[in-house]
Design a binder for this molecule. Structure first.
Ligand code: NDP
Length: 434
């Protein structure tokens, strides 16, 4: 704790895992003797670098770039890149740490990593984003590779950024390899990758509901965020007959009591992905109320998907969700729920799934993209979607296996933490003191 005292998000993520994993380690002394948890909480490598670039006015700008290579016990480092002004070493270490468990749960051979920059893509021209990405990769290229470390997207890094990063890597290395996932379909990307996290979180929620004889059909859903994860979670909710009534961005949320249908979703996608506008425009377009500076959790719902960012569901939000009758919270974002709020969900015995289980669909399909690149082959969208559904079911089974409590309640958090831990820990023991 003292070594990481200036890293609150990282400490929060580690403490959350330690709470469920330490009793398991006590019951299995081989993990204690090998000091597995102590080793897992120290990154194998943390790289930090300068990213200088020229803006459209010809002025020099400097950002800071990072790559945290957390664990390579079960495969090459794998995890997204985040471009957001809030990015710092604590946030990236928390994300990289979570990623190790998440990737392990997918059953695919991927280690854990995360990276990014405090660069803010908002308000930047395509040309400026390209200049930044090229400079970022000009340093990052020496640390990554198809069998070494394979970054993907995250907040602020979508198809456009992955394209610029890939182009620069190819130019420097002179090789066309699967060094990044989330690539375009024409140049090595996997079908269903953009959809995977959003679809996966809805598949996972459906599996959770099934344990109580319920389904998504007819349920009212609140969602935060309006980016990649939220857009495809909305799409899948529409397909399965659930009604999504909120969407948000960092300025506030929109409440649409009629529900977001396919035409409205097309509008959101055009607004956020093409025009890069603000979600308040949706409220004007469809005559809905916009709640400035607020989060959507006060709106009555059966199911909540926090899909924006870390610590966006507080204990007060949890109390309101519970008093409004919410029965299921599945995290599309990473660590969106504070520890106090998780505790309230657990005490109320509602269905609650942490991001490392519920949002693993994205990295799972990234893993499938890596397989397709190695095979120099591509599967159809249906095939990838089938595999995604199987993987989400597999993760659900692991959570039940390790998380079911004496009264039958499934503690998904405990299940995901222990289930993710075992595979990595066994690999570390087998590979000796490295
Ligand atoms: P995007 O950049 O596409 O969208 C992020 C959304 O969240 C935007 O609506 C953004 O609003 C909002 N947001 C970001 N930061 C904040 C903040 N500090 N406060 C309020 N709202 C905020 O990112 P993704 O959809 O890809 O990622 C969303 C979450 O899902 C992240 O936690 C990410 O780590 C996680 N995740 C993503 C995966 C993926 O495959 N993309 C995989 C697994 C997890 P604004 O536009 O105003 O910034």
């Amino acid at each position: 704790k003292s070594r990481n005292q200036h890293e609150p998000e990282f400490l929060q993520a580690v403490l959350e895992v330690a709470e469920s994993v330490i009793p398991f380690i006590e019951a299995h002394p081989k993990y204690k003797k090998a000091k597995i948890l102590e080793r897992m909480t120290e990154p194998e490598r943390a790289i930090m670098f300068r990213v200088p670039w020229l803006n459209d006015k010809g002025e020099i700008e400097i950002n800071r770039g990072y790559r945290i290579q957390m664990s390579s016990a079960i495969g090459p480092y794998k995890g997204g890149l985040r471009f957001h002004p809030s990015v710092n070493i604590s946030i990236l270490k928390f994300l990289a740490f979570e990623q190790v468990f998440k990737n392990s749960l997918t059953s695919l051979p991927m280690g854990g990593g995360k990276g990014g920059s405090d660069f803010d893509p908002k308000g930047k021209s395509d040309n400026e984003v390209m200049k930044f990405c090229q400079s970022f990769m000009t340093e990052l290229f020496r640390h990554v590779g198809a069998d070494i470390d394979v970054p993907a997207g995250d907040i602020g890094v979508g198809g456009r950024e992955i394209g610029f990063l890939f182009g620069q890597y190819k130019r420097i290395q002179g090789e066309f390899t699967g060094v990044l996932t989330g690539k375009g379909n024409e140049w090595g990307g996997s079908l269903i990758r953009p959809e995977a996290t959003g679809y996966g979180v809805v598949y996972f929620a459906a599996d959770m509901l099934e344990t109580r004889g319920l389904s998504m059909k007819g349920k009212t859903v609140t969602i935060s965020g309006s980016g990649n994860v939220s857009q495809y979670a909305i799409k899948k909710c529409i397909e399965v007959g659930a009604k999504v009534v909120t969407v948000s961005d960092s300025e506030g949320f929109v409440y649409d009591p009629q529900g977001i249908d396919s035409a409205k979703l097309d509008y959101i996608m055009e607004l956020k992905n093409e025009r890069r506008g603000r979600i308040r425009e949706y409220a004007t377009q469809y005559g809905c109320e916009f709640f400035e500076g607020e989060r959507p959790w006060k709106i009555k719902c059966d199911i909540a998907f926090p899909n924006a960012t870390q610590n966006e569901v507080s204990a007060d939000d949890a109390r309101i969700l519970l008093s409004n009758g919410c029965i299921c919270v599945a995290e599309g974002a990473n660590m969106p729920t504070t520890p106090e709020a998780i505790q309230l969900f657990r005490e109320a015995r509602i269905l609650y799934a942490p991001g490392k289980a519920a949002n693993a669909g994205g990295v799972a399909v990234s893993g499938l993209e890596m397989s397709q690149n190695s095979l120099r082959f591509s599967w159809s969208g249906e095939e990838v979607d089938q595999k995604l559904q199987q993987i989400m079911k597999h993760i659900h089974r692991i959570c039940v296996k390790y998380g079911q409590e004496k009264d039958g309640y499934i503690n998904y958090e405990k299940g995901a933490n222990i289930g993710g831990f075992v595979k990595v820990a066994d690999a570390m023991i087998a590979q000796g003191l490295v």
